[in-house]
Design a protein around this ligand. Structure first.
Ligand code: TYM
Length: 328
C-alpha cells in the first residue's frame, strides 16, 4: 500500500480553502493508502504565536481532522512537536539546503516582505517540511497549489541527500487536486483564501455560523457583468464562487452554469452560501462533540506512538548515512 503524508499548520481556525484544497482529499485517500496527517505546530511558530491560542488551535485542528472524516483506525493523526525526529531530521535537511534556494521560496518572500525581525526559521521552514515527509517513506503528498514549490524543493533535497550520502529516501510525488487547489479570497479574488489574512471577511472559517457564512458570501467581491460563467481572468470572483459551490454541492461547474442562466448574482450567492452551510454543518456538529473529549487525547497519544516508532527508523538511517553519533 502506498503511503501518504500531509500536514496543516495550527495557526488559526481552518478555512474553506484548507478543507476543499486539502482535507477532503485526505478523507478519500485514507481508504487505500497508509496515511499520516500531522498538526505542524513547529511550522506554526516560525511566525509569532500567542501561547494559549496555539495550544487551543492544535486541539481544534485535531478535532477538525476527525470531524471531516479522518478515521484514526485508518490514518495516523499526530502533533509534530511530540515526535522529536521531525526537528532532528529537519536540522540534517538544513545542512543539505542552500540559502539561495530557500530565499527563492515564494512563501518566504510573502511572509517576510516588509516585516521586521524575520525569524531564521521562516527561511529554514522548507527543510523541516522535507523532513516531515521524508521520515515516513512517503510516496504521495496531497496539498493545495500553494505548496507545490515546497514539494519541488523536498524532492531536490531528498535527491541531493541520496546522492551525497546514501540512497535512503523515497522521492515523494505531489498530488494537487484538479478543482479547488486554490480557493481565492472573498474580498480579493486574485489572492488565495488564507487563515492568516487579518480581514475575516476574506475567508470562510470552517467553524463560521450559518449567518456569518451568508453575510460573507453575499458581500464577496464579484463584477458588474451579470452573467454566471467560469472565467478566471475576466470573472475571478464568480469563478471562485462557482468552484466553491460546485465542490460543496458536488454538481459540476457546467451543470451550475446551465442552472443559473439568466439568474442574478443575488440568488446565486444565496444558493452558494446554502451549499457551503450544508456541507459544513455535519462537520461543525461533530467538532463540537469532540473538542472537549478525552477521546481526542487518546487518538493523539496513539498517533504519537505510531508516528514516533515509524519515524525513528528513518532517523537512524539518516544519522548513519551522515555519520552522526557512534557506531555500536
Ligand atoms: P497550510 O497550513 O497553510 O495549509 C494546509 C493545506 O491547505 C491547503 N490550502 C489551500 N488549498 C486551496 N485553497 C486555499 N486557499 C488553500 N489554503 C491552504 C495547503 O496547500 C495545504 O495543503 N507548509 C504547509 C504545512 C506542512 C506540510 C508538511 C504539508 C508542513 N509540513 C508536509 C504537506 C507535507 C502549510 O503551510 O499548509
Amino acid at each position: 500500500m502506498k503511503r501518504i503524508f500531509s500536514g496543516i499548520q495550527p495557526s488559526g481556525t481552518l478555512t474553506l480553502g484548507n478543507y476543499l484544497g486539502a482535507m477532503t482529499h485526505f478523507v478519500d485517500l485514507q481508504e487505500d493508502h497508509e496515511s499520516f496527517f500531522c498538526i505542524v505546530d513547529q511550522h506554526a511558530i516560525t511566525v509569532p504565536q500567542d501561547r494559549l491560542a496555539l495550544r487551543k488551535n492544535i486541539l481544534s485542528l485535531a478535532a477538525l481532522y476527525i470531524a471531516v472524516g479522518l478515521d484514526p483506525k485508518k490514518a495516523t493523526l499526530f502533533i509534530q512537536s511530540e515526535v522529536p525526529a521531525h526537528a532532528q531530521l529537519g536540522w540534517m535537511m538544513q545542512c543539505v539546503s542552500y540559502i539561495g534556494e530557500l530565499e527563492r521560496m515564494t512563501q518566504f518572500k510573502d511572509k517576510s516582505d516588509g516585516q521586521e525581525g524575520v525569524s531564521s526559521a521562516l527561511l529554514t521552514y522548507p527543510p523541516l517540511m522535507a523532513a516531515d515527509i521524508l521520515l515516513y517513506n512517503t510516496d504521495i503528498v496531497p496539498v493545495g497549489e500553494d505548496q507545490k514549490q515546497h514539494l519541488e524543493l523536498t524532492r531536490n533535497l531528498a535527491e541531493r541527500f541520496n546522492h551525497k550520502y546514501n540512497d535512503i529516501f523515497t522521492i515523494p510525488e505531489v498530488r494537487i487536486p484538479k478543482q479547488g487547489a486554490r480557493i481565492m479570497s472573498l474580498t480579493d479574488p486574485l489572492k488565495k483564501m488564507s487563515k492568516s489574512n487579518p480581514n475575516p471577511k476574506s475567508y470562510i472559517s470552517m467553524l463560521d455560523e450559518p449567518a456569518v457564512i451568508k453575510k460573507k458570501i453575499k458581500s464577496a467581491v464579484t463584477d458588474s457583468d451579470p452573467e454566471i460563467r467560469y472565467d478566471e481572468k475576466e470573472k475571478p470572483g464568480i469563478s471562485n464562487l462557482l468552484t466553491i459551490y460546485s465542490l460543496c454541492s458536488r454538481k459540476t461547474i457546467e451543470e451550475l452554469t446551465k442552472d443559473y442562466q439568466g439568474i442574478g448574482y443575488g440568488q446565486f450567492k444565496e444558493d452558494t452560501a446554502d451549499a457551503v452551510i450544508a456541507r459544513l454543518k455535519p462537520i461543525q456538529d461533530r467538532y463540537h462533540e469532540l473538542i472537549d473529549s478525552e477521546e481526542l487525547h487518546s487518538i493523539l497519544d496513539e498517533g504519537k506512538d505510531h508516528a514516533h516508532h515509524t519515524a525513528q527508523k528513518m532517523l537512524k538511517k539518516a544519522e548513519k548515512a551522515m555519520g552522526l553519533g557512534r557506531k555500536r
